[in-house]
Design a protein around this ligand. Structure first.
Ligand SMILES: [Zn+2]
Length: 169
Protein backbone atom coordinates (compact mmCIF):
# COMPACT_ATOMS: atom_id res chain seq x y z
CA UNK A 1 0.00 0.00 0.00
CA UNK A 2 1.28 3.46 -0.88
CA UNK A 3 0.73 6.89 0.68
CA UNK A 4 1.15 8.57 -2.67
CA UNK A 5 -1.78 10.79 -3.53
CA UNK A 6 -0.67 12.02 -6.91
CA UNK A 7 -3.98 13.72 -7.66
CA UNK A 8 -4.09 15.66 -4.39
CA UNK A 9 -3.48 19.40 -4.77
CA UNK A 10 -0.38 20.87 -3.20
CA UNK A 11 -0.37 23.66 -0.67
CA UNK A 12 -1.75 27.02 -1.77
CA UNK A 13 1.18 29.28 -2.57
CA UNK A 14 -0.52 32.11 -4.41
CA UNK A 15 -3.97 33.58 -4.60
CA UNK A 16 -5.06 36.23 -7.12
CA UNK A 17 -7.59 38.53 -5.50
CA UNK A 18 -9.01 41.51 -7.40
CA UNK A 19 -8.99 44.60 -5.24
CA UNK A 20 -9.99 48.19 -5.90
CA UNK A 21 -10.13 51.53 -4.19
CA UNK A 22 -12.60 54.21 -5.24
CA UNK A 23 -11.93 57.80 -4.28
CA UNK A 24 -12.95 61.29 -5.33
CA UNK A 25 -10.25 63.82 -6.19
CA UNK A 26 -10.95 67.51 -5.65
CA UNK A 27 -8.43 69.39 -7.80
CA UNK A 28 -9.12 72.95 -6.65
CA UNK A 29 -9.25 76.02 -8.88
CA UNK A 30 -5.72 75.99 -10.36
CA UNK A 31 -5.59 72.30 -11.21
CA UNK A 32 -9.18 72.45 -12.50
CA UNK A 33 -7.97 74.96 -15.09
CA UNK A 34 -5.20 72.57 -16.10
CA UNK A 35 -7.65 69.67 -16.38
CA UNK A 36 -10.17 71.78 -18.34
CA UNK A 37 -7.33 72.69 -20.67
CA UNK A 38 -6.61 69.01 -21.29
CA UNK A 39 -10.28 68.60 -22.11
CA UNK A 40 -9.76 71.22 -24.85
CA UNK A 41 -6.54 69.65 -26.13
CA UNK A 42 -4.11 72.18 -24.68
CA UNK A 43 -1.74 72.64 -21.76
CA UNK A 44 -2.68 75.47 -19.41
CA UNK A 45 -0.34 76.76 -16.72
CA UNK A 46 -0.04 79.80 -14.51
CA UNK A 47 2.67 82.45 -14.15
CA UNK A 48 4.03 83.81 -10.88
CA UNK A 49 3.64 87.62 -10.75
CA UNK A 50 6.91 87.95 -8.79
CA UNK A 51 9.49 85.63 -10.39
CA UNK A 52 7.68 85.10 -13.71
CA UNK A 53 8.00 81.33 -13.62
CA UNK A 54 5.25 79.36 -15.36
CA UNK A 55 3.98 76.25 -13.59
CA UNK A 56 2.15 73.50 -15.44
CA UNK A 57 0.17 72.09 -13.82
CA UNK A 58 -0.13 74.97 -11.39
CA UNK A 59 -0.88 74.41 -7.71
CA UNK A 60 -2.28 77.92 -7.49
CA UNK A 61 0.75 79.52 -5.86
CA UNK A 62 4.48 79.94 -6.38
CA UNK A 63 6.51 77.75 -4.01
CA UNK A 64 9.40 80.24 -4.16
CA UNK A 65 7.52 83.48 -3.54
CA UNK A 66 4.45 82.21 -1.70
CA UNK A 67 2.05 84.32 -3.76
CA UNK A 68 -0.98 83.24 -5.81
CA UNK A 69 -0.39 82.49 -9.50
CA UNK A 70 -3.31 84.19 -11.15
CA UNK A 71 -2.17 84.74 -14.75
CA UNK A 72 -3.21 81.85 -16.99
CA UNK A 73 -0.74 80.83 -19.68
CA UNK A 74 -1.26 78.45 -22.60
CA UNK A 75 1.86 76.37 -23.15
CA UNK A 76 3.29 74.97 -26.32
CA UNK A 77 2.45 71.48 -27.50
CA UNK A 78 6.20 70.99 -27.94
CA UNK A 79 8.85 70.49 -25.28
CA UNK A 80 12.21 69.03 -24.33
CA UNK A 81 13.08 65.72 -22.69
CA UNK A 82 15.07 66.70 -19.60
CA UNK A 83 15.58 63.17 -18.30
CA UNK A 84 14.00 59.76 -18.82
CA UNK A 85 13.93 56.09 -17.89
CA UNK A 86 13.38 52.99 -20.00
CA UNK A 87 10.94 50.61 -18.33
CA UNK A 88 11.95 46.97 -18.86
CA UNK A 89 10.29 45.40 -15.86
CA UNK A 90 6.83 43.86 -16.17
CA UNK A 91 4.39 44.52 -13.34
CA UNK A 92 0.79 43.73 -12.50
CA UNK A 93 -1.73 45.83 -14.35
CA UNK A 94 0.76 46.98 -16.97
CA UNK A 95 -1.06 48.35 -19.99
CA UNK A 96 1.90 49.31 -22.19
CA UNK A 97 4.14 46.82 -23.90
CA UNK A 98 7.70 46.85 -22.52
CA UNK A 99 10.21 48.24 -23.08
CA UNK A 100 8.85 51.78 -23.07
CA UNK A 101 10.10 55.23 -22.10
CA UNK A 102 8.91 57.53 -19.32
CA UNK A 103 10.35 61.01 -19.77
CA UNK A 104 10.34 64.27 -17.85
CA UNK A 105 9.18 66.83 -20.40
CA UNK A 106 9.65 70.58 -20.12
CA UNK A 107 7.10 72.24 -22.38
CA UNK A 108 8.31 75.35 -24.18
CA UNK A 109 7.51 78.36 -22.00
CA UNK A 110 7.18 76.31 -18.80
CA UNK A 111 9.39 76.27 -15.71
CA UNK A 112 8.22 72.91 -14.43
CA UNK A 113 8.56 69.55 -16.15
CA UNK A 114 6.12 66.67 -15.88
CA UNK A 115 6.22 63.00 -16.69
CA UNK A 116 4.99 61.69 -20.01
CA UNK A 117 5.03 58.50 -22.02
CA UNK A 118 7.29 58.62 -25.07
CA UNK A 119 6.46 56.55 -28.16
CA UNK A 120 7.36 56.29 -31.85
CA UNK A 121 11.06 55.99 -31.06
CA UNK A 122 13.26 52.94 -30.36
CA UNK A 123 14.26 52.91 -26.70
CA UNK A 124 17.97 53.01 -27.56
CA UNK A 125 17.57 56.33 -29.39
CA UNK A 126 16.10 58.39 -26.56
CA UNK A 127 18.38 61.12 -25.21
CA UNK A 128 18.31 64.15 -22.98
CA UNK A 129 17.48 67.32 -24.88
CA UNK A 130 15.35 65.56 -27.47
CA UNK A 131 12.50 67.70 -28.78
CA UNK A 132 9.06 66.11 -28.52
CA UNK A 133 5.40 66.92 -29.09
CA UNK A 134 2.18 65.76 -27.50
CA UNK A 135 -0.09 63.43 -29.42
CA UNK A 136 -3.66 63.88 -28.28
CA UNK A 137 -6.62 61.52 -28.43
CA UNK A 138 -9.34 62.23 -30.99
CA UNK A 139 -11.34 65.42 -30.21
CA UNK A 140 -14.45 63.48 -29.22
CA UNK A 141 -12.37 61.48 -26.73
CA UNK A 142 -10.87 64.42 -24.84
CA UNK A 143 -11.52 64.35 -21.09
CA UNK A 144 -10.32 66.50 -18.18
CA UNK A 145 -7.44 64.12 -17.45
CA UNK A 146 -3.94 63.31 -18.67
CA UNK A 147 -5.50 60.40 -20.53
CA UNK A 148 -6.25 63.03 -23.19
CA UNK A 149 -2.55 62.94 -24.05
CA UNK A 150 -1.87 59.59 -25.72
CA UNK A 151 1.88 60.08 -25.59
CA UNK A 152 4.74 62.30 -26.73
CA UNK A 153 6.80 61.64 -29.84
CA UNK A 154 9.97 63.13 -31.34
CA UNK A 155 9.75 66.16 -33.62
CA UNK A 156 12.24 66.87 -36.38
CA UNK A 157 14.22 69.57 -34.57
CA UNK A 158 17.79 69.76 -33.29
CA UNK A 159 18.20 68.74 -29.65
CA UNK A 160 17.89 71.51 -27.08
CA UNK A 161 21.08 72.96 -25.64
CA UNK A 162 21.80 71.47 -22.21
CA UNK A 163 22.06 74.98 -20.76
CA UNK A 164 18.38 75.59 -21.55
CA UNK A 165 17.06 72.75 -19.38
CA UNK A 166 19.82 71.90 -16.89
CA UNK A 167 17.85 73.48 -14.03
CA UNK A 168 14.94 71.11 -14.60
CA UNK A 169 16.60 67.71 -14.19
ZN1 LIG B 1 7.52 83.11 -8.01
Amino acid sequence: MSDETTDAPGPVTMLATPIGLDFDFTPGIAQSKFLRGLEQGKFLGQRCPVCGKVYVPSRGSCPTDGVPTTEDVELSNVGTVTTYCVVNVPFAGQSIEIPYICAQILLDGANLSFMGLLQEIPTDQIRMGMRVEAVWVEPDQLTPSLASVRYFRPVDEPDADYETYKEYL
